[in-house]
Design a protein around this ligand. Structure first.
Ligand code: GLN
Length: 295
C-alpha cells in the first residue's frame, strides 16, 4: 500500500513529541518515490502543514506537532505519492517573485513563462500607458506580473475556463494588479473591444503526441490549458489570424511556444504579415518565446 511508506506512526514519529530532523528524513525518504526533489518537497510540506522551517529541522528541538497538522501532512504525502503536483497540494506557487494561488483546474505557473513576461516588459519599456491584451490567461501570472512591473500599463486578460477564471480573478485582485479579467473565448474577437499596443499569450501548445507522453503530474492539469490540437499549433494559427487586425501601428505579438515549435510559429507569423520576429530561450536553453511586429 502506498501509504505504508508514509505511515509516520511506524516511523515512531506519531507520539505527542517528535524530532523535526527525523520527521524530515522520513518524509524525504518517502517522497523520493515520486519526485527528483525529495528534500525540497519535504521542506515545503513541513512548512505548509506544521510551520516547520529549515532552521527548526537543523536545530532539531523536540516539538509537539498538532494532530491536525500531522494528519494533513500524511494526507498530502499520500496525494503526492499518487503524483498530484506539489503546487496543487500547497495551493500556491511563486512566479516572478510573487505568490499565486493555484489548484485543480488551472495551469501551474512555470519558471519558463517568466521569459515571456520579461520580453513583454522589454517591448513596452518607456511607454506611458500601453494597452495590452493577454489571451488564455490561466492563473493570471503573466498579466499580473506585466501590470505590476509596468505601472501605467492597462492590461486585460481573457480566460475561457470558468475554473481557471476563478484563479485569474483571485490572483489579479489579491495582488492589486489592476488587470481587467474577462471570462470568454480568445477565439472570439468580440470578447473585448478596441485595439492594443501588444497582445501576448501562453496558449495550449502540446501536440497529440506530447499529450500521450505527459509526466504523471501534468496529467492532473487541465487538458484545456495544454492541448493545442494534433500538431500543437492550432492556437498560433487561430489567434494570429484573428487578433492581428487589433494591433495598433507598431504593435507586437508575443507568444510562449513549445520546444521545437519556433520554425512553424515563425512561418505562421510571417504568413500573416508579421516581421521583426525574435526568439528567446528559457532557463533550460530551449527557444520558448517568439515576439513579432506587424509590417
Ligand atoms: N509548459 C507546459 C508543459 O510543458 C505546457 C503549457 C502550454 O501548453 N501552454 O506541460
Amino acid at each position: 500500500m502506498v501509504t505504508k511508506s508514509v505511515d509516520l506512526q511506524s516511523e515512531g514519529l506519531r507520539p505527542a513529541v517528535c524530532k523535526p530532523a527525523a520527521l524530515y528524513q522520513a518524509l524525504r525518504r518517502a517522497l523520493a518515490a515520486a519526485t527528483d526533489a525529495p528534500e525540497f518537497e519535504a521542506r515545503e510540506l513541513l512548512r505548509e502543514t506544521l510551520a516547520l522551517s529549515m532552521a527548526d529541522i537543523l536545530l532539531d528541538r523536540e516539538i509537539e506537532p498538532p494532530a491536525d497538522g500531522l494528519a494533513r501532512l500524511e494526507t498530502l504525502v499520500r496525494r503526492r505519492l499518487a503524483h498530484e503536483p506539489l503546487q496543487y497540494l500547497l495551493g500556491k506557487w511563486e512566479f516572478y517573485g510573487r505568490e499565486f494561488t493555484v489548484g485543480e483546474g488551472v495551469l501551474i505557473p512555470r519558471p519558463d513563462s517568466e521569459i515571456l513576461a520579461e520580453q513583454v516588459l522589454a517591448l513596452i519599456r518607456g511607454k506611458k500607458a500601453p494597452r495590452l491584451l493577454e489571451l488564455c490567461g490561466g492563473s493570471g501570472c503573466l498579466a499580473a506580473t506585466v501590470a505590476l512591473e509596468h505601472p501605467g500599463a492597462e492590461v486585460t486578460s481573457v480566460e475561457k475556463s470558468s475554473a481557471a477564471f476563478g484563479y485569474l480573478q483571485k490572483n489579479c485582485g489579491a495582488l492589486q494588479s489592476g488587470v481587467r479579467c474577462l471570462l470568454g473565448d480568445a477565439l472570439n474577437g468580440e470578447v473585448v473591444k478596441g485595439d492594443f499596443d501588444g497582445i501576448f499569450s501562453n496558449p495550449p501548445y502540446l501536440s497529440a503526441k506530447d499529450m500521450g507522453e505527459l509526466a504523471p503530474e501534468v496529467r492532473h492539469e487541465p487538458v484545456m490549458a495544454l492541448y493545442g490540437d494534433e500538431d500543437g499549433l492550432f492556437f498560433y494559427r487561430s489567434l494570429t489570424k484573428l487578433w492581428k487586425g487589433r494591433l495598433r501601428s507598431g504593435g507586437f505579438l508575443a507568444y510562449e511556444i513549445g520546444a521545437g515549435q519556433q520554425d512553424a510559429v515563425k512561418g505562421i507569423l510571417e504568413a500573416e504579415g508579421f516581421r521583426h520576429i525574435e526568439m528567446f530561450r528559457d532557463y533550460g536553453g530551449i527557444i520558448r518565446v517568439l515576439t513579432a511586429k506587424l509590417g
